[in-house]
Design a protein around this ligand. Sequence first.
Ligand SMILES: NC(=O)c1ccc[n+]([C@@H]2O[C@H](COP(=O)([O-])OP(=O)(O)OC[C@H]3O[C@@H](n4cnc5c(N)ncnc54)[C@H](O)[C@@H]3O)[C@@H](O)[C@H]2O)c1
Length: 457
Amino acid sequence: MTTTEVTRAPRVTTPLHPAFSSALPSAAIGTPPLSIDTEFDYDVAIVGLGYVGLPTALAFHHSGNRVLALDNSPQRIATIAERSADVLDDDQQRLIRALDDPGFVLTSDQSLLARAAAVIVCVPTPVDEHLVPDLAILRSACATVVDHATTGQLIVLTSTTYVGCTQDLIIAPLLARGFEAGRDLYVAFSPERIDPGNASVNHDDVPRVVGASTPECERRAEALLRRYASSVHVVHSLAAAEMTKLLENTFRAVNIALANEFADICRALDLPIIEVIDAASTKPYGFMRFMPGPGVGGHCIPCDPHYLLWQLKTKHVEAPMIRQAMTEIAARPSRVVDRARDVLSDAGRGMVGARVLVVGVAYKPNVADLRESPAIEILAGLRDRGATVSYVDDLIPAIRMPGGDWLNAHNDPGSFDAELVIIHTKHDWVDLSWIGDNAAVLDTTYRESTITRRAVL
Ligand SMILES: NC(=O)c1ccc[n+]([C@@H]2O[C@H](COP(=O)([O-])OP(=O)(O)OC[C@H]3O[C@@H](n4cnc5c(N)ncnc54)[C@H](O)[C@@H]3O)[C@@H](O)[C@H]2O)c1
């Protein structure tokens, strides 16, 4: 169904929904199916249909579940209904099938949550301008889920957050309503690990981690996730599951900061960083490849370690290495601006009035996601120093700049007559052959080694 108007999904009249008998997906074979409560019209409700929630809803639907797909943004519902959401091709196919199926209900009607056997929360957990967790969206979503919770329901939080959050925002408020987790209904935390834009790893094949506060909550949450995920790793507390996600993304942040530092060291010593990384990557153990770049963006690396740092501060626990990594990462875009000035200077040009074109402003290849993208700070910094800036990005037609004005994408990069081209993000299909010999090039990806007159960050 494709509108916000919702019709009831057909009620289950058999003890076991057909999805769990004849058409069992391979992921679910051999796992204990949840007993399907005939009181529920939906096997699972997904709250928040963004980069995480929509593919999750589609994965559950694809594996035979009746899905209530809920988002409180009418605009987002319309985008999904129009099949215009930014998803991988496989998910686009799943979406087309789902929208034609009465077993997939797209809605913003929160009251329907009470009719779902399981509810999965996937709403954003950003940080504010002081890098303090902004829990307003998560609090509101959890309050809604708690308000509509019913006996026998399973609630799984998947948004990245601090340790103890599931207890604070779900279990305690449920108790205030008279529901005890593990007795009246069931609660778990399972961090999401999707990598939007990455078609090389199937979302359904990424193992899920799940933890809960009682064995029955754990068992039910594991069974739910096994309906679509090919493997589930159980930890024996909510806190361990919450901390797992913070470790994963802090690990990435620290290693990206280290890769950046090695890139700077290699440039100072006149060494090719990529050749060094390629060589180190041949080691089959003890080394993991991370690439230097212009900074980090998206909803994970720039935010998640700050949830940990914020929590540690309240407990007076020091984490100097993590703090330093986050400081280095945050400073990276302004280093790009400094380096642009140097590259222009080497070409005998000052920054004032220089025509600078940024290639790719999404925070990573193949997604239309501009959240926390270093490109915004880079464009603003260049402009503050007097450059005339523009950008090209097939996926992002316009950017709202920090001052509130809009910058439109340049459709014909060759005609911009750039004196400096900064390669920020290169989507897989992008052809850079228009870059001639006239412009200097600053390659913040370190990957475009065939371009002449190229400097790296
Ligand atoms: N994007 C990623 O790559 C990624 C990867 C792993 C984990 N995560 C984590 O997953 C969580 C969700 O991230 P995302 O990138 O999907 O966010 P997103 O901004 O893409 O989507 C969130 C959706 O939730 C909706 N929403 C907000 N409040 C709601 C409410 N009360 N009820 C219903 N819908 C509501 C919004 O309208 C939006 O469509 C975050 O905690 C993030 O850290 C994200």
